[in-house]
Design a protein around this ligand. Structure first.
Ligand code: ATP
Ligand code: MG
Ligand code: MG
Ligand code: MG
Length: 438
């Protein structure tokens, strides 16, 4: 991508409406624009990151055996009346009437709709286990939308639903998702701690929230300080081997962590000296809720013994758009965003520090062409701007690697390769710089 042609409306000043750093940086880096309270347009840079996060979520869902579908954003109120949630859900639900006077709603979640799909097609245990997920926009009319995409009203969520014949099968599904969540967040360069959690309006009795520690987070959390040294980055797992999956869940659930609703200092297993109290961002939550929806919606399957039982279900959400903000909260400095490489909008940026110099231009263009040809997502700053402004801009938008091409270096045949995270700069020939990435 050429910066001279890229739609990147960055801001020099700190926007006043932004109270936390991720919101501020997303606006300053030209990633999003507010359309109305809690509703955002995603501009090219922001949308690119959102899609990267979505793709990691998708790959890890698929790896754990879930199948992707796409359900609509607008749902009929009838199904919600069947489950009894139409009235219970309250003002967070955006209710709509169509031209025929039928009650519709913008889905805040999809338990009812997926259960309807299931009951239409599945009657036998032979089709189980089954996990179906989608990545779709949700709407919740939050009382206080704030912090940009962190608490939006319209937001992108991955929600997965599992169907099993009995409790044990459902717990297996729950545990597979538990492990896949650890992997998903780690692949984005995030540490998200699974914490015992309340089930809220989804209902049920087994639940974990996945929490990224951050002072700006809206959840109060308690955990064993040993969590601070955990690393899931290279965790390998064979989902076909349930004893392996369950072993991982046991290992991580044996370390104490709970949200404030669940925490009880008197009865928790951690020594007072090891107990930490902090704030965090909820980036996902998993639930086992048994037959809470299948019973009222009559989603039943026949067992091998020929009995008919309501199917056991769980649901598993990830806040895909909230993650963009959460990653920035976890990874930034005073100059701007520091993207983990796995979700960075561009891997490498080439900065032509003197656009009116023939040597700089030909070396920069050559590097950019070769990086692009090698399949690397590269950005070239080919604008006629001061070098200082170019460097500040690349730091603001957080490109992990920057190749700086200036006349002084070229005199001795070198360019500078800078790491955004550490700030370390290395001089090398343009060929060596290319070989580092391509
Ligand atoms: P919160 O406690 O932050 O209101 P929730 O518990 O109501 O979230 P869930 O029903 O568990 O949310 O939805 C799954 C995930 O969707 C959450 O873990 C969170 O990451 C994301 N999410 C929920 N509400 C919002 C929102 N208003 N804006 C952005 N993401 C959200
Ligand atoms: Mg909520
Ligand atoms: Mg919550
Ligand atoms: Mg939740």
């Amino acid at each position: 991508m050429r910066l001279s042609a890229y739609f990147l409306p960055t801001l020099r000043e700190n926007p006043k409406e932004a109270q936390i750093v991720s919101h501020r940086l997303m606006l300053r880096a030209g990633m999003i624009q507010q359309a109305s309270a809690g509703i955002y347009s995603w501009l090219p840079l922001g949308y690119k990151v959102l899609r990267k996060i979505e793709q990691i979520v998708r790959e890890e869902q698929d790896a754990a055996g879930a199948q992707e579908v796409l359900m609509p954003t607008i749902q009929s109120a009838d199904l919600w009346r069947e489950s009894g949630r139409y009235d219970d859900y309250g003002k967070e639900m955006l209710r709509i009437e169509d031209r025929h006077g039928r009650d519709m709603l913008y889905g805040p979640t999809n338990e009812e709709l997926i259960t309807d799909i299931f009951r239409t097609h599945v009657r036998s245990y032979k089709a189980l286990p089954l996990m179906l997920y989608h990545i779709q926009w949700k709407f919740r009319d939050e009382v206080r939308p704030r912090f940009g995409v962190m608490r939006g009203r319209e937001f992108l969520m991955k929600d997965n639903y599992s169907f099993d014949t009995d409790y044990q099968g459902a717990v297996d599904a729950y545990n597979r998702m538990f492990v896949s969540y650890l992997k998903t967040y780690a692949r984005m360069g995030l540490s998200a701690i699974p914490m015992k959690a309340d089930t809220g309006p989804i209902g049920g009795d087994l639940s974990h929230e996945f929490i990224v520690l951050a002072d700006t987070g809206e959840s109060g959390v308690f955990y064993d300080k040993a969590w601070e040294n955990q690393d899931f980055a290279n965790m390998d797992v064979n989902y076909a081997d349930m004893s392996e999956v369950n072993g991982i869940v046991e290992k991580y659930t044996s370390l104490y962590a709970a949200t404030d609703e669940k925490h009880d200092t008197e009865n928790c297993s951690v020594a007072a000296a090891d107990l930490k109290e902090r704030r965090g961002i909820e980036v996902g939550q998993i639930f086992y809720f048994g037959t809470k929806y299948s019973a009222p919606l009559n989603a039943v399957v026949s067992t091998p013994e020929g009995e008919e039982v309501p199917v056991h279900m769980g649901s598993y959400g990830i806040g895909v758009s909230r993650l963009v903000g959460a990653i920035i909260e976890a990874s930034h400095d005073e100059k701007g965003i520091v993207w983990p490489e796995q979700v960075a909008p561009f891997q490498v940026a080439v900065a032509n520090l003197k656009a009116d110099d023939e040597g700089c231009t030909s070396v920069s263009e050559d590097l950019y062409a070769k990086l692009s040809k090698a399949g690397i997502e590269a950005l070239i700053d080919d604008r006629d701007e001061r070098p200082g402004a170019k460097l500040a801009n690349l730091d603001l938008i957080g490109v992990p690697w920057q190749i700086l091409v200036g006349p002084r270096g070229l005199k001795s045949g070198v360019v500078e390769v800078k790491n955004r995270k550490t700030g370390a700069v290395e001089e090398m020939t343009p060929e060596a710089a290319l070989n580092k990435f391509a």
